[in-house]
Design a protein around this ligand. Structure first.
Ligand code: UDP
Length: 256
């Protein structure tokens, strides 16, 4: 397989609203319809969508969660020391990152994995300037092992990397198509928001991302878009300003 860096998008191709994007994919998305672990067909479907947007010339960073394999909190609930359980969770994100890297390269997208926990024979360590150089060269950079610290989540890792790398947007691809007034899987009356402010998310304690991730995005003025990456074509739609999603910014734009 020859790996290709994204060429200039062909004339008439859809245009992305954002140049540098951080896409966070929840671990649970990678389970597909299975109850646990990595469903390779789903990983492949996500990789195909990612390859399409890379072909638009978008500089893309990925942060993959680990909840499909292990969450620190569940380990701690079963009696493990929280910090050790969190390190296991971070290792789970590395497994997911390698699976996604593999699938992306099968779709011809050059990819580098950088881990916040050094593991020299598996992937690169996280080095900000090196990540920037990879992006300039059109490579997708997958940030693995979260922040490298226990007591955090991959949402916070995604916000941290988005700020460090200077991304124009943080997109959260989940299995739900936006932020709702309540959990739509449990409450049939839950309503989706089109737009929210960072403060509304924090004040209403809406289950979007941790408060630390929201605050970091607010301080850096980086919009957050929440969408369902399970719907085919959703990633491209959101990038080109279409589709169903929730946008979180400082001030919602005034209606025209
Ligand atoms: N984790 C951590 N520090 C980080 C990021 C992740 O300790 O900076 C651990 C934590 O135990 C978490 C697990 O890794 O539960 C998997 O990440 P997360 O729950 O954020 O995955 P997602 O919900 O996105 O699948």
């Amino acid at each position: 397989m020859t790996l290709v860096s994204p060429a200039a998008p062909s004339p008439g191709a859809p245009r992305s609203r954002y140049k540098k994007v951080l896409l966070k994919v929840s671990g649970e998305v990678l389970m597909g319809d299975t109850p646990y672990g990595i469903d390779m067909n789903t990983v492949d479907a996500v990789a195909r969508e990612v390859a399409e947007i890379v072909a638009l010339g978008v500089e893309l960073c990925l942060v993959i969660g680990g909840g499909n394999i292990f969450r620190g909190l569940s380990g701690a609930a079963k009696g493990m020391e929280r910090a050790s359980a969190d390190y296991m969770g971070m290792l789970a994100t590395v497994m997911n990152a390698l699976a996604v890297q593999n699938a992306l390269e099968r779709h011809g997208v050059e990819t580098r994995v950088q881990s916040a926990i050094p593991m020299a024979s598996v992937c690169e360590p996280y080095i900000r300037r090196r990540a920037l150089r990879h992006l300039e060269k059109g490579r997708v950079v997958i940030f693995a092992a979260g922040t490298g610290n226990p007591f955090f989540t991959t949402d916070t890792a995604a916000a941290l990397r988005a700020a460090e790398i200077g991304c124009d947007v943080l997109m959260k691809g989940t299995s739900v198509d936006g932020v709702y007034t309540a959990d739509p899987k449990r409450d049939p009356n839950a309503v989706r928001y089109d737009r929210l402010t960072y403060l509304e998310v924090l004040a209403q304690d809406l289950k979007v991302m941790d408060a630390s991730a929201i605050s970091l995005m607010r301080e850096n003025g980086i919009p957050i878009i929440v969408f369902s990456i399970r719907r085919p074509g959703a990633l491209m739609d959101v990038l080109t300003g279409d589709g169903v999603h929730t946008v979180i910014t400082e001030q919602p734009p005034t209606a025209t």
